[in-house]
Design a binder for this molecule. Structure first.
Ligand SMILES: [Zn+2]
Length: 166
């Protein structure tokens, strides 16, 4: 059972704090429906720092395997997640540069005295899930059905019969 992780994100970066924990499928309120029961507990780590330029940053890493239903056969398939995300802490939205200004395409988080870390962890898991996961053909349960359908081609037989009749 994972405790709720509420941090003061400003303090967290200023003191270079760190949290390491695992999150289980049952704790993923939003991602739960997109995942199968094969999903393993995911290890995550959040660190804070003030970088050399004086900017406050959060760094989240997450590793583990999740099960997702294959969009072809609906059987579970395992996907390894290996997330490493970095966020710059800003005071408010006005500090977030526009897309044109932000040439390095950074991610930003608005500083919060009561930031829910598990929400960030879950957001990152949701973002990392593939849009339409499918097994490799050789591993997919649907491949078998397709070849069975092909084998005796009854339509071809019927067509031949018709030709003979007419
Ligand atoms: Zn499949």
């Amino acid at each position: 059972m994972t405790a709720q992780h509420i941090i003061n994100s400003i303090e967290f970066t200023r003191k270079s704090l760190e949290i390491r924990d695992t999150i289980a499928l049952s704790e993923l309120q939003r991602a739960k429906d997109a995942l199968t029961s094969d999903t393993e507990s995911l290890d995550w780590r959040l660190t804070g720092e003030i970088d050399v330029g004086g900017k406050a940053r959060l760094h989240l890493t997450l590793t583990g395997k999740v099960g997702v239903p294959c969009q072809r056969c609906l059987e579970p398939m395992m996907i390894a997640l290996n997330i490493s995300s970095e966020f710059f802490l800003v005071k408010d939205e006005s500090e977030i540069p526009s897309e044109e200004e932000d040439i390095d395409d950074h991610d930003y988080i608005i500083a919060d005295a009561e930031m829910n870390v598990l929400q960030l962890v879950e957001d990152e898991i949701l973002l990392a899930l593939p849009f339409a996961p499918k097994h490799e053909i050789k591993d997919c349960a649907v491949k078998a059905e397709v070849s069975e359908l092909k084998a005796p081609n009854s339509f071809a037989v019927l067509r031949d019969l018709k030709v003979v009749k007419s």
